[in-house]
Structures are given as structure tokens and as C-alpha cells.
Ligand binder design. Structure first.
Ligand code: G4P
Ligand code: NA
Ligand code: NA
Length: 194
């Protein structure tokens, strides 16, 4: 998605060869017009899939997910990152380990909001090691729901998440795929899926 790649080039800050900061339009301040364009892009890519609901994870997945839900005319559910290991009745939950932050957190979704009849689209802001997506996939499986695919805003193509998920035969649509952040320079893959 050219508009997104342009925005990353203009406003993204390379913090290291591994980390891109996009706080000015995605992770802290949010640009609603860009989010709307992103939502429209997912809606058009997944238009024929018969999706009933979008599943994302708080906090930064919510904005693009809500815009996609608005365009597709379907609800959006976000997994909560909760600390408590008690009171898990009525919840699907999964453990997500962040290699970046070196913490494991439990994510959960109420059983009220995902049913086995649902056909889901997962959306998230970043795909790095893929652990958050694996946690969401675990929840989809627990619910017995089906999956249309995964929409990612920014995939770091040099980290293993994308390969890990695509190897399972899952459709991953990343709107920008970063090839490299070396020497402070942002390089993209031309194709939007690898
Ligand atoms: P993984 O799910 O792909 O394994 O990701 P990882 O544990 O490496 O990332 C942990 C958090 O950092 C996630 O956000 C993820 O979206 C974010 N992240 C990973 N790489 C980058 C990066 O290069 N730039 C930015 N800006 N974020 C990155 P989170 O902790 O869930 O936070 P939230 O923003 O959703 O609240
Ligand atoms: Na994030
Ligand atoms: Na996220």
C-alpha cells in the first residue's frame, strides 16, 4: 500500500536495525484518515471471504481493525492483555511471549464474542516474531471458529513471524513489508506479500 509506505518513510523513526517507531500515526498519536484508508484496503482484499467478525489485540490493533470493521459492516473484538490468572471462567485465553520485551502475558477474549459459526479476520499493527498472532490463532481454535486470514499493517520481513504464519497455509496480507532497517534506512519489499 503505497500511501502507507510513503507515510512510514516520512514519519517513521528507525530506532535500531530491528525497531521502527511509528508513534506519530499508529502507536501513540493516530491518523484517522490513514486508518480509514487501511480499513478500506483490508475490506477490499477480504471482500469476498464472508467474514463475520474481526479479532485484534489491544491497544494498537484496535484503530485499523475498527476501520476495517466499519467498511465490512461487522463487529470488532479485541483480545485483552490481562494480568490476573484467576476468574478465567467464560474466557478463551492464551499465553503470548514477547521476545522483544522478554515478558509473557496472558491474552483473553470472552466466549460471548467469538462463536464457532464465526469466520474471522485477525488484524494487528505489527508482525515481528508472530507471537501475538499465534496467541490469537490459539483463541480462534479454542472457539472452533474459522479463519479467513490475517491483516497486518507493518510486517518486519526480516523477522520470523511472517514465515511462521504463512507456513501454516494461512493467508497473511501485510500492507507494508520492511526488508531492512539497517544503517537508519527503511527499505521495503516491493510486493505486499512475500
Ligand atoms: P510479535 O507478537 O510479532 O512476536 O511481536 P513482539 O513480541 O516482538 O512485539 C511486542 C510489541 O512490540 C507488540 O506491541 C508489537 O506490535 C510491537 N512491535 C514489535 N516490533 C515493533 C517495531 O519495530 N516497532 C513498533 N512500533 N512496535 C513493534 P504491544 O506490546 O502489543 O503494544 P501495543 O502497541 O499493541 O499496545
Ligand atoms: Na504494537
Ligand atoms: Na499489536
Amino acid at each position: 500500500m503505497q500511501q502507507l509506505r510513503d507515510r512510514i518513510k516520512t514519519d517513521g523513526k528507525v530506532l535500531s536495525a530491528e525497531v521502527l517507531k511509528v508513534d506519530s500515526f499508529l502507536n501513540h498519536q493516530i491518523d484517522p484518515e490513514l486508518m480509514m484508508a487501511i480499513g478500506e484496503e483490508y475490506a477490499s482484499r477480504f471482500a469476498e471471504e464472508g467474514i463475520t467478525k474481526i479479532l485484534t489485540i489491544e491497544s494498537s490493533g484496535i484503530a485499523p481493525a475498527v476501520m476495517a470493521g466499519l467498511k465490512l459492516g461487522i463487529p470488532v473484538v479485541f483480545a485483552r492483555k490481562k494480568k490476573s490468572l484467576t476468574l478465567t471462567d467464560g474466557l478463551y485465553s492464551s499465553n503470548v511471549h514477547s521476545f522483544t520485551k522478554n515478558v509473557t502475558s496472558e491474552i483473553s477474549v470472552s466466549k460471548d464474542f467469538i462463536k464457532k459459526e464465526d469466520h474471522l479476520l485477525i488484524i494487528d499493527d505489527f508482525l515481528a516474531n508472530g507471537q501475538a498472532v499465534l496467541g490469537l490463532l490459539d483463541i480462534v481454535e479454542q472457539a472452533g471458529a474459522s479463519l479467513a486470514g490475517i491483516g497486518i499493517v507493518i510486517e518486519k520481513g526480516f523477522q520470523p513471524g511472517g514465515k511462521l504464519i504463512r507456513e501454516r497455509g494461512i493467508r497473511v496480507e501485510s500492507l507494508a513489508i520492511i526488508k531492512s532497517l539497517k544503517e537508519g534506512t527503511i527499505e521495503f519489499y516491493e510486493e505486499e506479500t512475500v
